[in-house]
Design a protein around this ligand. Structure first.
Ligand code: DOR
Ligand code: ZN
Length: 419
């Protein structure tokens, strides 16, 4: 048994915010020390104790792109960042668009993953946007949601069918909201920086118009819709409107969208290139407002590791994406220090809500829950060094940046995982 002693426990799932002890036995949270012998004591005095964080949007690249990341290195990065559960996107090679691939991913998870991993299935075969996958079979094989993330579902009829399936079964549909007719071959946000660097821009409208299309479909068809990586003020407003109309919609953003602006690209180049792109200060402010007022439900990282050789291709040709798992928590804690949100709200955004949306019994320190726990020294400062990442990816705009908030220990499934 493990006793985590004298930490400040913050568990919004129970409305708890107080100093106390957490008892772990047989992989679960228990209410007291049953067996005083064989006890491992973790002194958490001065530290914070949360339910293990949950990242519902990561790219772990296995199978097929193991030069970028593997289930082992990606989950090692997750644990390092304080995450005990992640949901992995289907844009692997092959794509997770049939149960054979889903089964392969599950077997690799069982063999190598260091934390809980929940595969997400594709909406269309090969993410090509032409033919629906067998959503029913994929769901029975255990995928937790459906998305073509990385690509939008441009074809309205296919999105209608996905939402019909969602409406009949309760399955979660995640929208990578991007109108390709607007974003075209854009590289970074369409604005001052794209003009200055003379590269093609991705207008905010590419995101906003697709969010609005999906909201209208949701209104007509029903189902459960989650908007991935919201990056624009217009996107936040559209989701807020939809919620006010009582629609069954949730949304996420990523730490870079509330921390950085398009200006970052000038100094960081391809390491600040992701899709959707970094936007403007007014977008950053709108996202912060959305996090505070409940419009945005989740902070997810969109962890998207790429090989250094790929990122070295330059701003235009490098692939989209940055590593997120190992920097998300300190960036979230900055919102708390800046009085944008409370610490309790941060844990809602990073554990309670993603668990509820994915439909997994996690994100809580309730007695009887799986013992997934993170202990955090929220004031410890350190300089990010991408060469020390557990991820294979080195692509982060936060390299060399001083961050505050460090993961002290992680317990996953009742076991202390070494970091
Ligand atoms: O930046 C991104 N990277 N955005 C996406 O939509 C896909 C992702 C990836 O797979 O690299
Ligand atoms: Zn993604």
């Amino acid at each position: 048994m493990i006793i985590i002693k004298n930490g400040t426990i913050v568990d919004p799932s129970q409305g708890i915010h107080k100093i106390g002890d957490i008892f772990v036995d047989n992989g679960r949270i228990v209410d007291k020390a049953a067996d005083e012998s064989n006890v491992e004591i973790i002194d958490a005095r001065g530290k914070y104790v949360f339910a293990g964080l949950i990242d519902m949007h990561v790219h772990l690249r296995e199978p097929g792109q193991e030069h970028k990341e593997t289930l082992l290195t990606g989950t090692s990065a997750a644990i390092t960042g304080g995450f005990t559960s992640v949901a992995c996107m289907p844009n692997t090679a092959p794509v997770n668009d049939c149960i054979e691939v889903t089964r392969l991913i599950f077997s690799r998870i069982n063999e190598t993953a260091l934390c809980n991993v929940y595969p997400i299935g594709a909406i269309t075969i090969g993410l090509k946007g032409l033919k629906l996958t067998d959503l029913k079979r994929l769901k029975s094989a255990g995928v937790k949601a459906f998305t073509d993330d990385g690509m939008p579902v441009m074809n309205r009829e296919l999105m209608v069918k996905a939402l019909e399936f969602s409406s009949n079964t309760g399955a979660l549909i995640i929208s990578h909201a991007e109108d390709k007719d607007i974003s075209g071959s854009g590289v970074i946000n369409d604005g001052e920086v794209s003009a200055k660097l003379n590269v093609t821009g991705i207008p905010a409208e590419a995101e906003v118009s697709m969010i609005k299309r999906d909201i209208e479909l949701l209104k007509d068809i029903g189902g459960r819709l989650h908007i991935a990586h919201v990056s624009t003020a217009g996107g936040v407003n559209a989701v807020r409107d939809a919620k006010n109309r009582g629609l069954n919609i949730t949304a996420e953003t990523a730490p870079h969208y509330f921390t950085l602006t398009e200006e970052e690209v000038i100094t960081k180049g391809a390491n600040a290139k992701m899709n959707p792109p970094l936007r403007t200060m007014s977008d950053v402010l709108a996202i912060k407002k959305g996090l505070a007022d409940g419009t945005i439900d989740v902070i997810a990282t969109d962890h998207a590791p790429h090989h250094s050789d790929e990122k070295a291709l330059g701003l235009v040709d490098a692939p989209f994406g940055i590593c997120g798992l190992e920097t998300a928590l300190p960036l979230g804690l900055q919102l708390v220090r800046d009085n944008v949100i409370t610490l309790d709200r941060l844990i809602e955004l990073m554990a309670v809500n993603p668990a509820r949306i994915l439909g997994i019994d996690k994100g809580t320190l309730k007695v009887g829950a799986d013992a997934d726990v993170v202990i955090v020294d929220i004031d410890k400062e350190y300089d990010v060094d991408v060469n020390k990442f557990h991820s294979k990816g080195r692509n982060s705009p936060f390299d060399g940046v001083r961050l505050r908030g460090s993961v002290y220990k992680v317990i996953c499934g009742g076991r202390v995982v070494n970091i």
